[in-house]
Design a protein around this ligand. Sequence first.
Ligand code: PEP
Length: 251
Amino acid sequence: MAGNWKMNLNHVEAVGLVQKLAWTLEDKKHDPEKSEVVVLPPFTDLRTVQTLVDGDRLKLGYGAQDVSAHNAGAYTGEVSAAMLHKLGCGYVLVGHSERRQYHGEDDALVNTKIKKLLRSGITPILCVGEARQTREAGEHVQHTTDQLAGALKDLNAEQASGIVVAYEPVWAIGTGQVATPDDAQEMSAAIRAKLAELHDQSVADAVRILYGGSVKAGNVAQIMAQPDVDGCLVGGASLVVEEFAAIARFY
Ligand code: PEP
């Protein structure tokens, strides 16, 4: 269960949320063996989150929301995979629809970023999913599996097994319109079938598939009941501790 904070909470505010989240999960007897809980704060909070998690041995994973496609050098404003690895990041989002929409990221760039992360020992959380018009045209499966194939280009089976895929229909992100459990299952199954086609069934079985798009404590049960949904990528609700803690304990 991963919480994408997007561009919210400075490093001082992050302390409060992370501590409260850890206490709440402990208080509610959350079992980290059953569900891994990850927070994805802005870059500026990562050092603070690392210090908290390491210092208090919190059972929380953390990571970033993006990474540079370059290794190092004259790339003003960029943050490399090696830098994120040094900060202890276990996960990094790649290809979030907001990056695709506002920063023109395409599948080739996403593919390069995934390779950089894998080389640094960080697990990419690859976001894929269709816009409303694409779904209305009946092209949602093709569009999403094409994004998957483009993002995983040239990866071997071991590398492909090491990624997490988040199916996030663009029309459900931040809108309050959650996909139906049947839609979430249809797309997660299609993603798993594509992984088997690109590699083999063992890769398809190994990859964890998340659903993202207006997940809340009140709808997580139906989503998580779907056989091909392994977890959720949560935006807005991850900023509300009680809400995210309730989602995180759904297993
Ligand atoms: C997201 O940002 O990935 C997301 C799913 O946001 P929300 O939960 O707010 O729809």
